[in-house]
Design a binder for this molecule. Structure first.
Ligand code: PLP
Length: 430
């Protein structure tokens, strides 16, 4: 554990998360002030960090016909959606609920794309009625149902087919959605037949092609390989007389959780665009669906140490945030850095702890074997908690969901109030 602010470690979150005089600050706001004012667990996001992450994509795609559709399942809090909509972003949605969130912040329906393998008829109908830009279709059966729903409404549904490029798993084992044998997308070999099927259906209008090869990708190679496979297909589909107006390349770019070094979005896109241009597709409209890389390192979750429970085999540091607030460790054994809001005094003893929450599950842990000088009542920050944290939070153990604060410069605004316990049974009856 670093013991002086001058030697404070570089933190994921870039310039917007730093120790100032030993106090962890988000932009110019000391996080301890927010914890005291609003309680814990508390999510805090940096507006500037979100805009910086977005700017890397905007630079990477500058001068192109391109649309950045933020994948809102990463964090669908309205204030964040509004911030991104105001920057001209579209949205990648995966449910009717996410559609309503996008509409609630005034998103342009034409910039909404609808992904996911299990769209219900009612969700399709609503999306058609508001006029979304594209349905990313994931199966032949879905093509038929969507055509049927659209015909019934006297419309044609704009579609892309999500193709599974089957990028080599051996060299890139972390890619989990672009392989054969997983539930997403249509196999590369079947894609042309699927496009022919779609083009013949009365309720559909083919507009693009889509892929999304996985998440937390930290190297350019799998993207470059997937782009080649997708461009091969575009050539084949167009040779069959079906125009492909846009290429949607999905999301998936990783962030720094624990020293990870993913390419910057602009550097990655420089490489991808060189390939697109070299192959003669430089004039196509491009769409991307980044989620984690926009918000992941823009957020932290503040938590208070409740108890120290030293043991023979393990020492437990029991905190007031839990798997219901931060599900990634329990779900994926994911790593989040955990740091004190106040740097400890030089030479302070920092034993090794398993940081765990109050939920009655052995899977309820936030970090294993962390050296921390914490005492009860002290405040910690779980870092890189902007993506797939609050949006995955639950009420397990009848725990109200945390509040959320958006920081900008030296100001902080509560953008979601803490749930009250009575909110949790509002829809129940005895
Ligand atoms: C989850 C998802 C994304 C976003 O992935 P990130 O890893 O958060 O960038 C994009 N597209 C689709 C279809 C997804 O399911």
């Amino acid at each position: 554990m670093t013991t002086s602010s001058s030697a404070a470690p570089a933190l994921p979150g870039g310039a917007h998360l730093s120790y100032r005089d030993g106090q962890l600050c988000m932009e110019s706001v000391p996080l301890a002030d927010l914890a005291r004012a609003h309680g814990t667990p508390l999510f805090v996001y940096s507006r500037a960090a979100i805009l910086d992450a977005l700017a890397a994509y905007q630079r990477g795609l500058a001068g192109r016909r391109a649309l950045i559709c933020y994948a809102m399942k990463a964090n669908s809090t309205l204030a964040i959606l509004k911030l991104l909509a105001d920057q001209g972003c579209g949205f990648d949605i995966v449910s009717g609920g996410e559609l309503e969130r996008a509409l609630a912040v005034g998103a342009d329906p034409a910039k909404i794309i609808f992904s996911g393998i299990g769209k219900a008829r009612a969700e399709m109908a609503r999306a058609l009625q508001v006029g979304i830009g594209c349905f990313n279709v994931e199966s032949l059966a879905e093509l038929d149902v969507l055509s049927d729903v659209a015909t019934g409404l006297g419309r044609r549904a704009p579609i892309s087919i999500r193709v599974n490029p089957n990028v080599d798993p051996k060299t890139h084992p972390y890619i989990s959605t672009g392989l054969k044998g997983n539930k997403f997308g249509i196999a590369h070999e079947q894609a042309l037949a699927a496009y022919r099927h779609a083009a013949a259906l009365p309720g559909l209008q083919v507009v693009g092609i889509d892929c999304h090869i996985g998440s937390q990708i930290t190297e350019p190679a799998p993207y470059l390989e997937a782009m080649d496979r997708i461009l091969d297909l575009v050539t084949q589909i167009e040779a069959a007389g079906i125009s492909v107006h846009h290429i949607d390349f999905g999301g998936g770019l990783g962030i720094d959780y624990n020293g990870d070094t993913p390419p910057a979005a602009d550097a990655l896109w420089a490489q991808l665009l060189a390939k697109v241009d070299a192959r003669g597709f430089g004039d196509r409209q491009l769409m991307i669906e980044p989620g984690r890389s926009i918000v992941g390192n823009a957020g932290v979750c503040l938590t208070e140490v409740l108890y120290l429970k030293p043991g023979e085999q393990k020492n437990f540091l029991i905190v007031d945030a839990a798997m219901n607030d931060l599900p990634r460790p329990a779900l994926y054994q994911a790593f989040h850095r955990i740091v004190p809001l106040q740097l400890p005094a030089a030479g302070a003893d920092a034993p090794t702890w398993d940081v765990v929450g109050p939920v009655c599950e052995s899977g309820d842990w936030l970090g294993h074997d962390r050296a921390l000088a914490a005492q009860p009542g002290e405040l910690l920050a779980v870092l890189s908690a902007g993506a797939y944290s609050m949006s995955m939070a639950s009420n397990y153990n009848t725990r109200p969901r945390a509040a959320e604060v958006l920081v900008s410069g030296d100001t902080a605004r509560v953008v979601r109030q803490r749930e009250a316990v009575a909110d949790l049974w509002r829809l129940e009856s005895v």
